[in-house]
Write a protein that binds this ligand. Structure first.
Ligand code: SF4
Length: 232
């Protein structure tokens, strides 16, 4: 499943299995006509999935008050710092679904179908994330593993993509993901971050008070936000 380039692992044979039931549930499609449309968009989407991932093994050099230094790169975040309290080895990663699906969505004139392509892409990317997470957990015999991604919380802003990408030199050549001037990833259906071992699952969503977010993975936890020092 993988080849090694220096210290970076490249995963480029990832299978994505996405059922019509899961897609329909996410898209709230129940009527026969809607289900047929979801099935058609799903059938068109599957051949366009081109999932790839890179990750590396990095070490925490220094723990500061609200920051950590990982392999010589400074990361400013109270939350990351707290999550790495008991951790010295982490796994920076970038995962992508490739450019083809979003290219198809970009040229789609039907707004509903465009939305379906987008949501199906998000679901597929989530499936890829689960596989990469399992690969790392199994390989390094980690009991539990969670991730943080730059830009998901104001505490760890998008600017932190720069030091993160500098831990993964050659990522663009390896899997085609690059940062644009706004530090957003291209292809857009990509995710980056740092996996870390933990006995208690952590989701940034637990600290994010945003309402009506389609991507929410865990309920907002005000007490936890206070504990992390990021209560607004
Ligand atoms: S609730 Fe939404 S915006 Fe907030 S961290 Fe989760 S996915 Fe991101």
């Amino acid at each position: 499943m993988e080849e090694r380039v220096e210290r970076m692992e490249i995963l480029n044979h990832i299978l994505v299995e996405l059922s019509i039931e899961k897609a329909a549930a996410k898209l709230h499609a129940q009527r026969t006509g809607d289900l047929e449309q979801v099935q058609r968009v799903l059938d068109e989407s599957v051949p366009l999935f081109a999932p790839k991932a890179v990750y590396t093994v990095s070490y925490v050099d220094e723990k500061q008050e609200d920051a950590v230094v990982i392999d010589g790169k400074h990361f400013q975040s109270k939350v990351l710092r707290k999550n790495l309290d008991e951790v010295n080895r982490v796994f920076p990663f970038v995962i992508t679904l490739g450019p083809a699906l979003e290219g198809k969505a970009d040229t789609c004139d039907d707004l509903l179908e465009k939305y379906y392509f987008d949501v199906i892409g998000n679901l597929a990317l989530l499936e890829v994330r689960k596989q990469v997470q399992k690969e790392i957990a199994d390989r390094y015999a980690l009991g539990g593993i969670s991730a943080m991604t730059p830009g998901s919380l104001t505490d760890w802003p998008i600017e932190e993509q720069k030091p993160l990408f500098s831990l993964l030199k050659g990522v663009t050549e390896a899997i085609g993901v690059r940062l644009n001037e706004s530090l957003l990833m291209l292809p857009r259906k990509s995710v980056s971050g740092i996996y870390f071992p933990t006995e208690t699952n952590f989701y940034s969503c637990q600290l994010c008070p945003r309402e009506r977010c389609e991507g929410r993975k865990a309920a907002y936890n005000r007490e936890l936000a206070e504990e992390y020092g990021v209560l607004k």
